[in-house]
Design a protein around this ligand. Structure first.
Ligand code: FES
Length: 213
C-alpha cells in the first residue's frame, strides 16, 4: 500500500494514499468531531459540518471527511476558525435536539456528548433558541426503538439500510421539518424493515436503540 507523510497537530504520520484526512487523524489517535461520515461510503455527504480542520496554504477551513491527504500536508484540527465553525454546527444541532442524557439509553456512548466535551460546548447551550420537534417515538420493531427527537440527521442509518439492499429508511421533508423516516412514513415494522439492527449499530446518538431483552 502506497502511503504519504503529513503532519496533523504537529504529529508526523503516514496515511494510505487517497485516504481522507478524517480517517488519517482518527487512525493516529487524533480526534476530529464527526457524525455523518462512514468509512464504507465511497463519497461522504459532509452534511453534519462538524469535522472542520485548517490546512496550511488554504484560505478557509475544510471538512476533514472530504479532504484527501497529500504528501507534506500540514493539518491543524485546533485552529480557531475551524473550531468556531464546528461549535456553531453543534449548537445548532443541540437547539433542535432533545437533550435528556439522564433518561437516554445512549448516555455515555452518545457521540453528541463526546463532541460537546471535545469542543467545550455545553449540551444545554442557550446560544440558539431551542425549538423541539416533539415527534412520536416508533416502537413498532420488536428489536429496537426509533426516537426521531434524538436524531441528528446524519444519514448513517439510511446508507446502511440501503447498502443491505433493504432500503426501508430515507429522509422526508426539508429544512426544520426534515427527518429520517420510512417510506410513506409507516411504522418500522410495516415498512420492510428486517430487524437486522444495522442502523442501530451506526446511530451516533440515542435515536435508534436496541430494546432490552
Ligand atoms: S463528518 Fe465531515 S461533515 Fe460530517
Amino acid at each position: 500500500m502506497k502511503t504519504v507523510s503529513l503532519t496533523i497537530d504537529g504529529k508526523e504520520i503516514k496515511a494510505p494514499r487517497g485516504q481522507k484526512v478524517l480517517w488519517a487523524a482518527l487512525d493516529n489517535g487524533i480526534y476530529i468531531p464527526n457524525l455523518c461520515a462512514l468509512r464504507e461510503k465511497e463519497t461522504q455527504d459532509a452534511s453534519c459540518r462538524l469535522c472542520w480542520v485548517e490546512i496550511k496554504g488554504k484560505a478557509r477551513p475544510v471538512t476533514a471527511c472530504t479532504e484527501t491527504v497529500e504528501a507534506g500536508m500540514v493539518v491543524n484540527t485546533r485552529g480557531e476558525a475551524a473550531l468556531r465553525l464546528a461549535r456553531t454546527a453543534l449548537e445548532l444541532l443541540l437547539a433542535s435536539n432533545e437533550v435528556d442524557c439522564a433518561n437516554c439509553p445512549a448516555n455515555g456512548t452518545c457521540e453528541l456528548q463526546k463532541i460537546a466535551a471535545h469542543l467545550k460546548v455545553r449540551l444545554k447551550t442557550k446560544r440558539f433558541r431551542k425549538i423541539l420537534r416533539k415527534l412520536p417515538i416508533d416502537d413498532s420493531s420488536p428489536d429496537f426503538s426509533y426516537d426521531p427527537n434524538k436524531c441528528v440527521l446524519c444519514g448513517r442509518c439510511i446508507w446502511v439500510c440501503r447498502s443491505k439492499n433493504i432500503g426501508a429508511l430515507g429522509f422526508a421533508h426539508r429544512g426544520f421539518k426534515r427527518r429520517m423516516t420510512t417510506f410513506a412514513d409507516e411504522p418500522m415494522a410495516q415498512a420492510g424493515c428486517r430487524d437486522c439492527a444495522e442502523c442501530v449499530a451506526v446511530c451516533p446518538t440515542g435515536a435508534l436503540t436496541l430494546k432490552k431483552s
